[in-house]
Design a protein around this ligand. Sequence first.
Ligand code: R5P
Length: 294
Amino acid sequence: MTAVLFGFKCIDSMTEALCNKIDAEQGGFEFRRFPDEESYVRIDTRVEGRRVVICGTLDRPDEKFVPLHFLAAACRAEGAHSVGLMAPYLAYMRQDRQFHSGEAVGSREFARLISNSFDWLVTVDPHLHRIRALNELYSIPSRAVHAAPAVSDWIRANVERPVLIGPDEESEQWVSAVAADAGAPYVVLEKTRRGDRDVEVSVPEVSRWREFVPVLVDDIISTGRTMIATVEHLLEAGMKPPVCVGVHGIFAGDAYSSLRGAGAAQIATCNTIAHESNAIDVSPRMVEAVRSFL
Ligand code: R5P
């Protein structure tokens, strides 16, 4: 039986491409908010006995989780064979331990919620740091797709003489993979974060890289403070205006305009979260991963 794919606030072109590639029917549903902001969901595609894929990226997760859960629950109530989640961006991965007593560990609690609602999970480059693999958190089968090959293709095609720069130790896993694929050198800096919007980074051996175009690569651009501090330091040190590449461009508040204002030559992100900076398409790899669950 043909699978059914429901796209919830996903990039339309990605939902359509996925539907075509996995040979699924695009599911129809009604979603609205009641006047008191509660969510209403009603599916109008027959799902009985069918495999269901729900495509919903999880930036701004608090407002998206309840509708996604209701969508999955409605599919189950109508007899779906299975219900999987394709979340190009997976939220709540950064609070992966208690930093202060009394804190909830967001990554673990969110994983519990998602694992209760869905049968499997596909995502792109989740922020794995102290947690090494999704199955340490998620009790459902999961697959993490790597954006590195698509990112390095983009760098090869768009940047002449790049030196890749990772703003912190956590970024090394992405930067080293992208650099290897792009055949470019890389440097990893040291970052000190004093608060949500207060970040300081070390400067690399500038004289060695002055003739190169710095390409900052990070998995997430949220407040943009990490990238902004790095761009400012590199410019002050006399390097060329950097190109900023983020796998997931969340761009909280005025992060995008501030990063441009800081002197970034170009900002490119993957299409895991809809944004005008989307330049790198990761959907072909997601298709393969979703297919493995159908
Ligand atoms: C953190 O470890 C991540 O890899 C990113 O560096 C971080 O999330 C970026 O956040 P922001 O844009 O708020 O500085």
